[in-house]
Design a protein around this ligand. Structure first.
Ligand code: HEM
Length: 537
C-alpha cells in the first residue's frame, strides 16, 4: 500500500499543476467531451460495419498507437525517486553555488538509477555499471550530477563512446546477449583498448552486482571545478556515500534473483520508500587546489583514474534523502532528462576530454528521445527557478510568451536584456587561460593504464579477488574467438601475473611469458617513439 501522504517539497508541489487523478470523475475525450460508452465502437447496426465517424474510437486508438518513445541509447533501464538535499555547513570558501551555502535550505532532487547496457525491460541484476543521476532543483537553476556507481570510466575521450557502446550492446546480427558483457564484441574492444583495463577490473568485481540501489556509492567521475565568490577555483571530485554501506550479491545469487525477480532493485527501492525507510547518501568531495594540479602521478583530467582517498580524503558535506516515489513512471522517470552540462554558478567544467564530449551528447540525444526542443518544459525537467529568454516555438511548446519582441537588443520592450550586472548573479565561465595548438592527440600523462588497475586488485580481499578471477573466467569463457581471450589474458598479465595465470588456467590457455605491450589506437602523431611504442598483437 502506498503511504497515505507522500512527503512534499518545492518541486513536487510545483508539479501539482500537471497531476491528474481520475477516480470518481467522468470519462471524457481529450477535448473534454464526456464519454458514456467506452467499450462499444460506433457501428451501422449491432453487427457493424464500424463507422469512420467514431471520433471516440479514433482518438483512443490513435493515442495508443503513439504511446512509445525511444528508450535511452544507454542507461535505458532505470528507476527514479524524489527527495531532498541539505548541505551540513556552508561551502562558501569553495563555491558560490547557492544550494551549498545554507544548512537550513532544503533543495528538491530527482534521482534516477540505471543499468547501462540492457534495454528498458532487461534485468536489474546484470553485471554492469549503474547510473546514479541526480537533478538538484536549486533556486539558481538545475544542477545535474550525472554519475555512475564506479569512480572511473572505460575510455579517456568521448570520441570513442559510440565504439564502446556498439561493442557493449548486443551483437548486431542476432541481438545477443541482452544486458550482459560476456560476448566477443565487448572483449574484443576491451582487449584492444588498454585504457579500459582499470574500469573492467571494477566491472568484474562485486561492485558490478549491487545488493540494492540503496547500497551503492555514486561518483561524478570527472574532475570538476568549484569557483567561489572571489573567483578562486579548486578542483573537485564528487562522491555519494550510502548510509546503509556498500553491499553486493554474489554472481550465482544474482543469476537466481534475476530469474525470479528481474525487477529486484526497482522493487527494493520502491518498497523501501513506501514503507518510510528512506535511503540516504552523504555527498562527499575531494578538493585539490589549483596549485596542486600536477602533483599526482596521474592526470586529474584522465577519467580512468581515481584520486586515492589516502592522498585526498573525502569530506562529507551534505545529505541526500529519497523520500517519495514518482506518481507515474513514464511522466517522471522516463521523461527525466539529465545533462552533465546543467551546472549552476559556482560549479564549472574541466578539460577532461570525456567530460567535454558529454557536454554535447545529452541535449542532442534528448532532442530526438523527447521529441524536439521543448523537453525542458516537461514537468520533471522544468526548473523551480524562473525561465525567461528569447527562445520561442518548436514542437509542443507549452509556455505562452507575452510581448511583441523575442530578440535582443530591442527598443520595443518585452525582450530581456542581453547583459545584466554581474552583481545580479548569473553564470560566468571560469576564465581558464588556454594557449595551445589544435592537435588530435592525447597527453602522455594519460598513458599509464595499469598502475591503478593493479592498485584496485591489491585493494581487494581474498574472497573478492576470487570473485574477480571467477568473473573474468566466466565472461571470457563465453567468448568464442580464442585470440580475443588470449589477448585479454595478455592485458591482465600487465595488471598482475597471478591474476592472469589464474584466469588462463580456468580457460586452459597459456599465460604470455613476458607482458605484452598492448595496442593503443590513440598513438599521437607527434609522439616520441622511444617513449611510447604501440606493438601490434
Ligand atoms: C545517459 C552517466 C559517459 C552519453 C547516462 C546516464 C548516466 C550517465 C547516469 C543516465 C541518465 C538517466 O538516468 O537518465 C555517464 C557517466 C559517464 C558517461 C558517468 C562517464 C564518466 C558518456 C559519454 C557519452 C554519454 C562519453 C557520449 C559522448 C549518454 C547518453 C545518454 C546517457 C546519450 C542517454 C541520455 C538520455 O537519453 O536522456 N549517462 N555517462 N555518456 N549518456 Fe552517459
Amino acid at each position: 500500500t502506498r503511504q497515505a501522504k507522500q512527503p512534499e517539497n518545492a518541486k513536487t508541489k510545483e508539479m501539482d499543476m500537471n497531476r491528474e487523478f481520475a477516480e470518481g470523475e467522468f470519462m471524457a475525450t481529450n477535448h473534454g467531451v464526456r464519454i458514456n460508452n467506452d467499450q462499444d465502437s460506433l457501428k451501422a447496426g449491432a453487427r457493424g460495419a464500424s463507422l469512420l465517424e467514431d471520433f471516440i474510437l479514433r482518438e483512443k486508438i490513435t493515442h495508443f498507437d503513439h504511446e512509445r518513445i525511444p528508450e535511452r541509447v544507454v542507461h535505458a533501464r532505470g528507476s527514479g525517486a524524489h527527495g531532498v538535499f541539505k548541505v551540513y555547513e556552508s561551502l562558501s570558501n569553495l563555491t558560490k553555488a547557492d544550494f551549498l551555502q545554507h544548512p537550513e535550505l532544503e533543495t528538491p532532487v530527482f534521482v534516477r538509477f540505471s543499468t547501462v547496457a540492457g534495454s528498458r525491460g532487461s534485468t536489474d541484476l546484470a553485471r554492469d555499471v549503474r547510473g546514479f543521476a541526480v537533478k538538484f532543483y536549486t533556486r539558481e537553476g538545475n544542477f545535474d550530477l550525472v554519475g555512475n556507481n564506479m569512480p572511473i570510466f572505460f575510455i579517456q575521450d568521448a570520441l570513442k563512446f559510440p565504439d564502446l557502446v556498439h561493442a557493449v550492446k548486443p551483437e548486431p546480427d542476432n541481438e545477443i546477449p541482452q544486458a550482459a558483457s560476456a560476448h566477443d564484441t565487448f572483449w574484443d574492444f576491451i582487449s584492444l583498448m588498454p585504457e579500459s583495463t582499470h574500469m573492467v577490473m571494477w566491472l568484474m568485481s562485486d561492485r558490478a552486482i549491487p545488493r540494492s540501489y540503496r547500497m551503492m556509492e555514486g561518483f561524478g567521475v570527472h574532475t570538476f571545478r568549484f569557483v567561489n565568490a572571489q573567483g578562486e577555483s579548486n578542483f573537485v571530485k564528487f562522491h555519494w556515500k550510502p548510509l546503509l554501506g556498500v553491499h553486493a550479491v554474489a554472481w550465482d545469487e544474482a543469476q537466481n534473483i534475476s530469474g525470479k525477480d528481474p525487477d529486484f532493485h526497482r522493487r527494493d527501492l520502491w518498497d523501501a520508500i513506501e514503507r518510510g525507510a528512506f535511503p540516504e547518501w552523504e555527498l562527499g568531495i575531494q578538493v585539490v587546489p589549483e596549485a596542486d594540479e600536477h602533483r599526482f602521478d596521474f592526470d586529474l583530467l584522465d577519467p580512468t583514474k581515481i584520486i586515492p582517498e589516502e592522498l585526498v580524503p573525502v569530506q562529507r558535506v551534505g545529505k541526500l534523502t529519497l523520500n517519495r516515489n514518482p506518481d507515474n513512471f513514464f511522466a517522471e522517470t522516463e521523461q527525466a532528462a539529465f545533462h552533465i552540462g546543467h551546472v549552476v554558478p559556482g560549479i564549472d567544467f574541466t578539460n577532461d576530454p570525456l567530460l567535454q564530449g558529454r557536454l554535447f551528447s545529452y541535449t542532442d540525444t534528448q532532442l530526438i528521445r523527447l521529441g524536439g526542443p521543448n523537453f525542458q518544459e516537461i514537468p520533471i525537467n522544468r526548473p523551480i527557478a524562473q525561465v525567461h529568454n528569447n527562445q520561442r516555438d518548436g514542437y509542443m511548446r507549452q509556455t505562452i510568451n507575452k510581448g511583441k519582441s523575442s530578440y535582443d537588443p530591442n527598443s520595443l520592450g518585452g525582450g530581456y536584456p542581453a547583459q545584466a550586472p554581474a552583481a545580479d548573479g548569473g553564470f560566468t565561465s571560469y576564465p581558464e587561460r588556454i594557449d595551445a595548438h589544435k592537435i588530435r592527440a592525447r597527453s602522455k600523462s594519460f598513458f599509464d593504464h595499469f598502475s591503478q588497475a593493479r592498485l584496485f586488485y591489491y585493494s581487494q580481499s581474498e574472497p573478492e579477488k576470487n570473485h574477480l578471477i571467477d568473473a573474468f573466467s566466466f565472461e571470457l569463457g563465453k567468448v568464442k574467438t580464442v585470440a580475443v581471450r588470449q589477448r585479454m589474458i595478455g592485458i591482465l598479465s600487465l595488471v598482475d601475473r597471478s591474476l592472469a595465470a589464474a584466469v588462463a588456467h580456468a580457460l586452459r590457455l597459456p599465460v604470455p611469458d613476458a607482458p605484452e605491450q598492448p595496442v593503443n589506437h590513440s598513438f599521437p602523431a607527434d609522439a616520441d617513439p622511444a617513449e611510447y611504442q604501440p606493438i601490434q598483437v
